[in-house]
Design a binder for this molecule. Structure first.
Ligand code: SF4
Length: 219
Protein backbone atom coordinates (compact mmCIF):
# COMPACT_ATOMS: atom_id res chain seq x y z
CA UNK A 1 0.00 0.00 0.00
CA UNK A 2 1.18 3.56 -0.66
CA UNK A 3 1.40 5.97 2.26
CA UNK A 4 -2.13 7.38 2.64
CA UNK A 5 -2.89 10.87 3.95
CA UNK A 6 -3.68 11.13 7.66
CA UNK A 7 -5.54 14.44 7.31
CA UNK A 8 -9.28 13.63 7.63
CA UNK A 9 -10.00 15.99 4.71
CA UNK A 10 -7.51 14.50 2.24
CA UNK A 11 -7.47 11.36 0.10
CA UNK A 12 -5.03 9.85 -2.38
CA UNK A 13 -6.91 9.80 -5.70
CA UNK A 14 -5.83 7.95 -8.83
CA UNK A 15 -8.40 9.50 -11.19
CA UNK A 16 -11.85 11.08 -11.46
CA UNK A 17 -13.69 10.72 -14.75
CA UNK A 18 -17.13 10.41 -16.30
CA UNK A 19 -18.28 7.38 -18.28
CA UNK A 20 -21.04 4.77 -18.32
CA UNK A 21 -21.36 2.31 -15.47
CA UNK A 22 -20.05 -0.94 -16.88
CA UNK A 23 -21.10 -3.32 -14.11
CA UNK A 24 -23.91 -4.17 -11.74
CA UNK A 25 -27.37 -2.72 -11.23
CA UNK A 26 -26.55 0.71 -12.70
CA UNK A 27 -25.06 -0.79 -15.87
CA UNK A 28 -25.35 1.57 -18.83
CA UNK A 29 -26.14 4.68 -16.79
CA UNK A 30 -23.96 7.81 -16.74
CA UNK A 31 -21.57 7.63 -13.81
CA UNK A 32 -18.70 9.64 -12.41
CA UNK A 33 -15.90 7.44 -11.09
CA UNK A 34 -13.75 8.46 -8.15
CA UNK A 35 -10.90 5.95 -8.16
CA UNK A 36 -8.80 6.11 -5.02
CA UNK A 37 -5.24 4.80 -4.83
CA UNK A 38 -4.06 1.73 -2.98
CA UNK A 39 -5.25 -1.83 -2.52
CA UNK A 40 -3.77 -4.47 -0.22
CA UNK A 41 -5.12 -7.31 -2.40
CA UNK A 42 -3.60 -8.62 -5.63
CA UNK A 43 -6.33 -10.36 -7.63
CA UNK A 44 -4.79 -12.42 -10.44
CA UNK A 45 -7.04 -10.71 -13.00
CA UNK A 46 -6.92 -7.15 -11.61
CA UNK A 47 -7.43 -4.64 -14.43
CA UNK A 48 -6.56 -1.56 -12.35
CA UNK A 49 -2.90 -2.06 -11.33
CA UNK A 50 -2.25 1.65 -11.91
CA UNK A 51 -4.49 2.26 -8.91
CA UNK A 52 -2.05 0.39 -6.63
CA UNK A 53 0.40 3.31 -6.45
CA UNK A 54 -0.41 6.21 -8.80
CA UNK A 55 -2.31 9.20 -7.52
CA UNK A 56 -2.30 12.65 -6.06
CA UNK A 57 -3.61 14.00 -2.79
CA UNK A 58 -6.93 15.84 -3.03
CA UNK A 59 -9.09 17.48 -0.42
CA UNK A 60 -12.61 16.07 -0.19
CA UNK A 61 -14.04 19.48 -1.17
CA UNK A 62 -11.97 19.37 -4.36
CA UNK A 63 -13.19 15.83 -5.13
CA UNK A 64 -16.77 17.03 -4.73
CA UNK A 65 -16.16 20.06 -6.92
CA UNK A 66 -14.75 17.87 -9.71
CA UNK A 67 -17.64 15.41 -9.40
CA UNK A 68 -20.12 18.31 -9.70
CA UNK A 69 -18.25 19.62 -12.77
CA UNK A 70 -18.53 16.26 -14.53
CA UNK A 71 -22.30 16.46 -14.26
CA UNK A 72 -23.58 12.91 -13.63
CA UNK A 73 -25.97 12.39 -10.71
CA UNK A 74 -24.41 9.03 -9.86
CA UNK A 75 -20.95 8.53 -8.40
CA UNK A 76 -19.01 5.30 -8.08
CA UNK A 77 -16.35 5.36 -5.37
CA UNK A 78 -13.90 2.67 -6.39
CA UNK A 79 -10.23 1.78 -6.40
CA UNK A 80 -8.01 0.34 -5.44
CA UNK A 81 -9.83 -0.30 -2.19
CA UNK A 82 -11.85 2.71 -0.94
CA UNK A 83 -12.34 1.19 2.51
CA UNK A 84 -8.58 1.14 3.07
CA UNK A 85 -8.92 4.95 3.33
CA UNK A 86 -10.05 6.18 6.75
CA UNK A 87 -11.67 9.18 4.96
CA UNK A 88 -13.99 6.98 2.88
CA UNK A 89 -16.97 7.47 5.19
CA UNK A 90 -16.53 11.27 5.07
CA UNK A 91 -16.41 11.23 1.25
CA UNK A 92 -19.52 9.05 1.01
CA UNK A 93 -21.38 11.23 3.56
CA UNK A 94 -20.55 14.38 1.62
CA UNK A 95 -21.64 12.87 -1.70
CA UNK A 96 -24.92 11.70 -0.17
CA UNK A 97 -25.49 15.11 1.46
CA UNK A 98 -25.01 16.65 -2.00
CA UNK A 99 -27.80 14.31 -3.23
CA UNK A 100 -25.72 12.07 -5.46
CA UNK A 101 -26.54 8.39 -5.80
CA UNK A 102 -23.40 6.61 -4.61
CA UNK A 103 -22.11 3.15 -5.44
CA UNK A 104 -19.26 2.09 -3.15
CA UNK A 105 -17.23 -0.71 -4.74
CA UNK A 106 -15.17 -2.79 -2.36
CA UNK A 107 -13.10 -5.95 -2.55
CA UNK A 108 -15.11 -7.51 0.27
CA UNK A 109 -12.00 -7.75 2.44
CA UNK A 110 -12.92 -4.72 4.59
CA UNK A 111 -15.98 -4.21 6.77
CA UNK A 112 -18.83 -2.18 5.29
CA UNK A 113 -20.54 -1.97 8.68
CA UNK A 114 -19.41 1.65 9.24
CA UNK A 115 -21.03 2.89 6.05
CA UNK A 116 -24.26 4.93 6.44
CA UNK A 117 -27.60 3.19 6.14
CA UNK A 118 -28.88 5.37 3.30
CA UNK A 119 -31.22 4.47 0.43
CA UNK A 120 -29.07 6.36 -2.07
CA UNK A 121 -25.98 4.31 -1.18
CA UNK A 122 -25.41 0.96 -2.90
CA UNK A 123 -22.73 -1.15 -1.23
CA UNK A 124 -21.23 -3.19 -4.06
CA UNK A 125 -19.30 -5.98 -2.38
CA UNK A 126 -17.12 -8.48 -4.22
CA UNK A 127 -16.81 -12.06 -3.12
CA UNK A 128 -13.40 -13.18 -4.31
CA UNK A 129 -13.44 -16.63 -5.92
CA UNK A 130 -10.48 -19.04 -5.91
CA UNK A 131 -9.42 -17.97 -9.44
CA UNK A 132 -8.59 -14.51 -8.08
CA UNK A 133 -6.08 -15.99 -5.63
CA UNK A 134 -7.71 -13.85 -2.93
CA UNK A 135 -10.56 -16.05 -1.66
CA UNK A 136 -9.03 -16.20 1.80
CA UNK A 137 -9.59 -12.42 2.12
CA UNK A 138 -13.42 -12.53 2.01
CA UNK A 139 -14.93 -10.97 5.12
CA UNK A 140 -18.10 -13.01 5.48
CA UNK A 141 -19.75 -10.72 8.02
CA UNK A 142 -20.28 -8.23 5.16
CA UNK A 143 -22.87 -10.42 3.47
CA UNK A 144 -25.08 -10.38 6.55
CA UNK A 145 -25.35 -6.58 6.67
CA UNK A 146 -26.22 -6.00 3.02
CA UNK A 147 -29.76 -4.91 2.16
CA UNK A 148 -31.91 -5.16 -0.96
CA UNK A 149 -30.49 -1.86 -2.31
CA UNK A 150 -26.94 -3.30 -2.27
CA UNK A 151 -25.25 -5.88 -4.51
CA UNK A 152 -22.79 -8.75 -4.40
CA UNK A 153 -20.47 -9.49 -7.32
CA UNK A 154 -18.55 -12.65 -8.18
CA UNK A 155 -15.96 -12.52 -10.98
CA UNK A 156 -15.90 -16.00 -12.47
CA UNK A 157 -12.74 -17.38 -14.11
CA UNK A 158 -13.81 -21.00 -14.59
CA UNK A 159 -16.20 -23.75 -13.50
CA UNK A 160 -14.47 -24.04 -10.12
CA UNK A 161 -15.21 -20.36 -9.45
CA UNK A 162 -18.81 -20.89 -10.51
CA UNK A 163 -19.24 -23.84 -8.15
CA UNK A 164 -17.68 -21.78 -5.36
CA UNK A 165 -20.13 -18.91 -6.00
CA UNK A 166 -23.05 -21.33 -6.07
CA UNK A 167 -22.06 -22.80 -2.71
CA UNK A 168 -21.57 -19.37 -1.11
CA UNK A 169 -25.00 -18.29 -2.32
CA UNK A 170 -26.64 -21.46 -0.96
CA UNK A 171 -24.86 -21.16 2.39
CA UNK A 172 -25.04 -17.39 2.96
CA UNK A 173 -28.19 -16.34 1.07
CA UNK A 174 -27.55 -12.61 0.62
CA UNK A 175 -30.78 -10.59 0.39
CA UNK A 176 -29.46 -8.23 -2.30
CA UNK A 177 -29.08 -8.74 -6.06
CA UNK A 178 -26.22 -11.04 -7.04
CA UNK A 179 -24.09 -10.51 -10.14
CA UNK A 180 -21.98 -13.14 -11.85
CA UNK A 181 -19.46 -11.58 -14.20
CA UNK A 182 -17.16 -13.61 -16.44
CA UNK A 183 -13.53 -12.62 -15.96
CA UNK A 184 -12.24 -10.55 -18.87
CA UNK A 185 -15.58 -10.84 -20.70
CA UNK A 186 -14.79 -14.38 -21.83
CA UNK A 187 -17.28 -17.25 -21.64
CA UNK A 188 -20.34 -15.09 -21.05
CA UNK A 189 -22.57 -17.59 -22.82
CA UNK A 190 -21.14 -20.54 -20.91
CA UNK A 191 -21.66 -18.77 -17.60
CA UNK A 192 -25.21 -17.80 -18.58
CA UNK A 193 -25.98 -21.41 -19.47
CA UNK A 194 -24.58 -22.74 -16.19
CA UNK A 195 -26.68 -20.24 -14.20
CA UNK A 196 -29.81 -21.03 -16.21
CA UNK A 197 -29.32 -24.78 -15.85
CA UNK A 198 -29.05 -24.38 -12.07
CA UNK A 199 -31.98 -21.91 -11.91
CA UNK A 200 -29.79 -19.46 -10.02
CA UNK A 201 -31.51 -16.20 -9.12
CA UNK A 202 -28.60 -14.07 -10.30
CA UNK A 203 -27.78 -11.50 -12.96
CA UNK A 204 -25.17 -12.68 -15.47
CA UNK A 205 -23.58 -9.52 -16.81
CA UNK A 206 -20.64 -8.59 -19.02
CA UNK A 207 -18.47 -5.56 -18.30
CA UNK A 208 -20.28 -3.15 -20.61
CA UNK A 209 -17.36 -0.72 -20.90
CA UNK A 210 -15.22 -3.56 -22.30
CA UNK A 211 -17.95 -4.49 -24.81
CA UNK A 212 -18.06 -0.85 -25.96
CA UNK A 213 -14.42 0.28 -25.70
CA UNK A 214 -12.37 -2.89 -25.26
CA UNK A 215 -9.35 -2.22 -23.07
CA UNK A 216 -9.32 1.50 -23.93
CA UNK A 217 -10.55 3.80 -21.17
CA UNK A 218 -14.20 4.68 -21.81
CA UNK A 219 -14.18 8.44 -21.32
S1 SF4 B 1 -9.50 -5.82 -5.00
FE1 SF4 B 1 -9.84 -4.70 -6.91
S2 SF4 B 1 -8.15 -3.20 -7.05
FE2 SF4 B 1 -7.59 -4.73 -5.48
S3 SF4 B 1 -6.35 -6.21 -6.60
FE3 SF4 B 1 -8.47 -6.98 -6.59
S4 SF4 B 1 -9.38 -6.22 -8.50
FE4 SF4 B 1 -7.47 -5.04 -8.14
Amino acid sequence: MPKLPRDPEEMLVCEIYASLEGEGGDIGLPMTFVRVTGCPLRCSWCDQPEAFWEGSTMRIDAILARVRELGARRVCVTGGEPLAHRQCRALVDRLLAAEFRVVLETSGAFSVAEMPDHEALCLSVDVKCPGSGMADRNLWSNLAVLRAKDQVKFVIVDRADYEYAKKILADRRPVCPVILQPEGGRNLRELAEWALADRLDVRVLPQLHKVIWGDAPGR
